[in-house]
Write a protein that binds this ligand. Structure first.
Ligand code: COA
Length: 249
């Protein structure tokens, strides 16, 4: 299963490509673990200057593997999902996302922690946590209302409404929307090349400064959301909704 995340090194750029097209790039625990370790190593390796996260040019990710949620519901904060969140959250190098097609659940919330997000105009983003009997995760209950206002965030987080890549860029969830998944990847690589020519410490310090004011509050929220999310996963509503998705297949 770990082959479902392809890790490639090209000069100073580390590319992490989720590659499980038959399941719309749904993330299993093994895939989270591989991504987590890659982020941790990228942070330590001084020869890596940026990380590109993508699902290729057709699908970003359909979020957490729903069968995994049922078979191995998260317990505590010491598991691959939270390790992945910590790895991305703590990454001191710029993280660039190239997004196309569906970006569901964590596929949308993780974007809130990337530094540059290029998305195809027709990408479909969605956070259907409440629809699945769950609750927001990865700091989205704090970041999203601040970014787009409480009223709009309520549509996305309470109703789980989907929105386009174009809309994501208009709201500031993405850096820019582009014509296709390939264009998003091209733009991400172009930005990585520009970063490669900048002073590495100046980039690192600037990212740290931009993130610092929210850091402690966000860590607390991520932990609190994580505890509630793990609890919700065991609720009858969530079990019914998740089992419903599986049994429809
Ligand atoms: N977990 C496990 N399997 C998933 C999955 C997920 N999150 N998302 C998709 N799949 C599987 C489907 O079960 C199907 O498998 P099968 O061919 O063995 O039946 C395959 O991927 C293709 O999915 P399908 O729904 O037919 O593709 P689509 O293009 O019509 O729709 C999505 C794509 C992403 C919109 C849709 O699959 C979806 O809504 N997935 C669930 C997303 C979700 O709720 N994630 C959890 C958030 S917390």
């Amino acid at each position: 299963m770990s082959e479902s995340v392809v890790i490639e090194r090209e000069g100073s750029l580390l590319t992490l490509r989720v590659d499980r097209p038959e399941k719309k790039n749904a993330l299993t625990l093994a895939m989270y673990e591989r991504l987590a370790v890659a982020f941790e190593r990228a942070d330590e390796d001084s020869s890596i200057r940026a990380v590109l996260l993508t699902g290729g040019n057709e699908c970003f990710t359909s979020g957490n593997d729903i069968a995994d949620f049922l078979e191995q519901p998260l317990s505590g904060l010491d598991n691959p999902v939270f390790r992945f969140m910590r790895g991305l959250f703590n990454c001191s190098k710029p993280v660039i996302a190239a997004v196309a097609g569906p970006a569901v659940g964590i596929g949308t919330t993780l974007l809130l922690h990337c530094d540059f997000v290029y998305v195809s105009r027709d990408a479909r983003l969605k956070m259907p946590f409440v629809n699945l009997g769950l609750c927001p995760e990865f700091g989205s209950s704090l970041i999203l209302p601040r970014l787009i206002g409480h009223a709009k965030a309520s549509e996305l987080l309470l109703l789980g409404e989907s929105f386009s890549g174009e809309q994501a860029a208009a709201w500031g969830l993405a850096t820019a929307s582009v014509d296709s998944g390939q264009a998003a990847l091209d733009k991400a690589r172009e930005v990585a090349a520009r970063l490669d020519n900048l002073a590495v410490d100046a980039v690192r310090i600037s990212k740290q400064l931009m993130r610092a004011p929210e850091r402690e509050a966000l860590l607390k929220v991520i932990q609190h959301e994580g505890e509630l999310f793990a609890e919700r996963l065991r609720s009858p509503e969530a079990i019914a909704a998740l089992s419903g998705f599986i049994s429809k297949r």
